[in-house]
Structure formats: C-alpha cells, structure tokens
Design a protein around this ligand. Structure first.
Ligand code: NAD
Length: 275
C-alpha cells in the first residue's frame, strides 16, 4: 500500500499530502467512492457542505472501521452560511452529517469579498478550533488581499488555502505568499479536471519516459512543488493509479517542461467575482 507523506501545518497538525476529493460525486455514490479510496490507502477525504455528500462520505468513514485518528477529514462552509453565528450552526450540521465528533480541517469555501463577511466568519472558525471541534482551520479560494487582511488581525493564521492549481495555473504568486505567511497550499482540480490537460503532448512524453500515466506525472509535479493534492475519481482503477505516485521522481528538466505549460487557464470562477 502506498505510503503518503504528511506535511506539518502551522499548528503542528499533520496532513496527508495526497487525499481524495468528492466534488460532483452524488451522495448515493460517495459511500462506494470513499470506500474505494480508503481501500486503496487514502486517509484524507475532502468534501464540502455544498457537495451534498457529507452523509454518504460519513457512512463510508464509519463503515471502514478505521480508527478515527488515522483519518483526515476536511469539509467546507458554504457561502450562504457566512457570518459568525450562521457559520457555527452550519458547522454543527456538517459534523452531524459526517457523523463525526470533530473534523481535521474546516475551510471557508469562498471569500465572497463583496459580501465582506469572511473576517466575522473566521472568528467563528477560530472558536470551533479552540473548542477542539476542528483540529485545523483554513480558507479556500482566498486571494492575496484576503489573506493579508485575515492575517493582519491578531488571530489564528489559516493553516491551508485550498486553491485552483494545476500545470496551466501554477499560482506562483499565491504559493510564495503562502510560504511567507506559513500557510500550506492545497491544490483543487489538481488534474485540471482531467479534460484537455491529461491529453497534453508534453505531459504524454514525460509520462512515456517514466512508464507512468499523465495523471501520475501531474500529481508527481504537485508533490514535488510541495502542494497538498486531492484528485477525484469514482473509478477504482484510477483511484488506485492516483495514489501510486510515490515510486518515481521527476528530474529538473521535466519540472521545467511542466512549468512552461502555465498559461493562466482557470477552470473555475475568479474568486474575486464569486459573491
Ligand atoms: P480533478 O482535477 O481531480 O479531476 C477529476 C477528473 O479527472 C475526474 O472526474 C476524471 O474525469 C478525471 N480523472 C481522475 N483521475 C484520472 C486518471 N487517473 N486518468 C484519467 N482521468 C482521470 O478535479 P476536481 O474534482 O475538480 O478537483 C479535485 C477535488 O478538489 C474535488 O473533488 C474537490 O474535493 C476539490 N475542489 C475544491 C474546490 C474549491 O472551491 N475549494 C473546487 C473544485 C474542486
């Protein structure tokens, strides 16, 4: 079984560098998909209230029989629940659906800068963490200005910023700000949602040289950059393929070829425009 390395978050909590994402997996299918992932050796699962599959995910976690401390469960606060008190209530709902006493990581899903509630929301997450109901708290889709504002206060620095990141959107600016502030970079849509990216001939050539698949090369690129990755698949063979990425290394020349693919392509919305 693959040994997934852990990264140390800024509060000392260990987070597996590779996990399993369940966006767009219907609740009824989430149980089987998460069970496949746990079976393949994944221990970190990334869901969100808005994915509407926290129940199915929780069922798989409970049925696995794995000790709770071996799992790393992330969920996220949806936009309509931003605000101090509504965030506390939303967190309770997520925890109940997941059938957990605590989550490992709780994230604000989008900053919604026009709504301007993320600093109040953050106070609620700080309270959840202080109560021991989230081992770590963080954000998602936060831009530099939002991170600067959040960290200018005296409170807890987010442990993680989960952002769109793949070879066509390498996010050098945010990654260096994260390093400066002590925030771990977590990549969403790490495979570029599997569409054009995995057919890219440059990636195909590198994969052929290593006797690996395009998805494995892209995941290896993330890991060598230091990103946390959460690839998604509902196909058991691909679930296994995506965690089988610890037995090879990309040399500098390959990393340089992959770096040249960064053309700023965004698959998701501009975080400043979601609100
Ligand atoms: P992804 O980049 O992980 O791509 C998933 C798709 O790639 C699959 O649906 C499948 O079509 C294909 N694929 C997967 N493995 C493959 C393989 N080995 N070979 C060929 N094709 C393969 O995309 P994603 O689901 O958008 O992102 C991963 C996770 O990130 C999500 O499930 C979710 O947990 C998280 N996410 C978070 C946000 C956010 O706003 N915070 C947004 C999007 C996704």
């Amino acid at each position: 079984m693959s040994q997934v390395p852990a990264i140390t978050l800024n509060n000392g909590v260990l987070m597996p560098q590779l996990g399993f994402g369940v966006w767009q997996v219907p609740d009824g299918e989430a149980t089987a998909a998460v069970a496949s992932a746990l079976d393949a050796g994944y221990r970190s699962i990334d869901t969100a209230a808005v994915y509407a599959n926290e129940k199915g995910t929780g069922r798989a976690l409970a049925a696995s029989g794995l000790p709770r401390e071996e799992l790393f469960v992330t969920t996220k606060l949806w936009n309509s629940d931003q605000g101090h008190d509504s965030a506390l209530r939303a967190f309770d709902r997520s925890l109940a659906k997941l059938r957990l006493e605590y989550v490992d990581l709780y994230l604000i899903h989008w900053p919604q800068p026009r709504r301007d509630a993320y600093t109040d929301t953050w106070r609620a997450l700080e309270r959840i963490a202080a109560d021991g109901r989230a081992r770590a708290i963080g954000v998602s889709n936060f831009q530099p200005a939002h991170l600067r504002r959040l960290t200018a206060g005296a409170g807890v620095v987010p442990a993680v910023n989960q952002i769109e990141l793949h070879p066509q959107l390498a996010q050098a600016g945010l990654r260096s700000l994260h390093a400066e502030l002590g925030i771990a970079t977590e990549a969403w849509s790490p495979l570029g949602q599997g569409k054009g990216l995995l057919d890219n001939p440059v990636i195909g050539k590198i994969a052929a040289r290593h006797g690996r698949t395009a998805a494995q090369v892209v995941l290896r690129w993330h890991l060598q950059l230091g990103n946390v990755v959460i690839p998604k698949s509902v196909t058991p063979s691909r679930i296994r393929e995506n965690i089988d990425v610890f037995g090879f290394e990309l040399p500098e020349e390959d990393l340089a070829e992959l770096a040249a693919l960064d053309d700023g392509t965004r698959l998701g919305p501009d975080p400043d425009a979601v609100g």
